[in-house]
Design a protein around this ligand. Structure first.
Ligand code: DX5
Ligand code: ZN
Length: 222
């Protein structure tokens, strides 16, 4: 199996001890930390914002892969940079000026990413592909962990793989939602280079994290 980055989503962690949970997934082999920010408006759920991320930042040196499910985005970009986000991913539907938002993320010192909902066409990427470092394919409708992988998104991943290869640049192609040891190989075959997983990483508690992360890579842990 190809090398793939694993980005555990702390949405499935124990919110009462997030710092401890981040240290545990870091030690268990996570490559990045996926942080889902929700505003109860762009998606029907609420999580947390920059002050919480700033506190969590001290618990790992791994990149913070911050997935914004908020609208608007622009007034908060500097706060996410100050909190320590490394990659800041936005949905095109979150505002009228995607290109401006991506430029502002870059200017604030972060890597810009674009997230595509299951109902959003991959061609939305075309005008901004040279301005981004990550494309995040949502394989569930955003808002909640523990949903089932939507198979039709595999064709979108294949199409995006071709678009990325044509640029000659190293853009991370990440998939988010319903990933587990059964669905991850399908996404990897379709061309992703990073996998987000919440429930499949955190199930079973800290003693299982290393085994759960390895299983997503297609490895066995004895
Ligand atoms: C959903 C979030 C995901 C979520 C994935 O809106 O973007 O990151 O935590 O959870 P699982 O892996 O449980 O589907
Ligand atoms: Zn996410």
């Amino acid at each position: 199996m190809r090398d793939v980055l694993i980005s555990p989503s702390i949405l499935s962690a124990d919110f009462a001890k997030l710092g401890e949970e981040i240290r545990a997934i870091d030690k268990a082999g996570a490559d990045m930390i996926h942080v889902d920010v929700m505003d109860g408006h762009f998606v029907p759920n609420l999580t947390f914002g920059p002050p919480v991320i700033e506190k969590l930042r001290h618990h790992s040196d791994k990149p913070f892969d911050v997935h914004l499910m908020i609208a608007p985005v622009d007034p908060f970009i500097d706060a996410f940079a100050a909190a320590g986000a490394d990659i800041l991913t936005v949905h095109p539907e979150a505002g009228p000026h995607l290109h401006r938002t991506l430029q502002a993320i870059r200017a604030a010192g972060m890597k810009p990413g674009v997230a595509l909902n299951p109902g959003t066409h991959e061609d939305v990427i075309d005008p901004v592909i040279d301005d981004i470092d990550m494309i995040l394919v949502m394989s569930v409708n955003p808002g909640f962990g523990g949903q089932s992988f939507i198979d039709s998104q595999l064709r979108k991943i294949e199409a995006l793989r071709k678009k990325i290869d044509a640029t000659g640049r190293k853009i991370i192609l990440e998939v988010d939602g319903g990933l587990n040891p059964e669905t991850a190989p399908k996404a990897i075959d379709a061309g992703v280079t990073a996998i987000v997983a919440g429930s499949a990483v955190f199930r079973g508690g800290p003693d299982r994290y290393a085994e759960n992360i390895a299983a997503l890579r297609g490895e066995m842990v004895s």
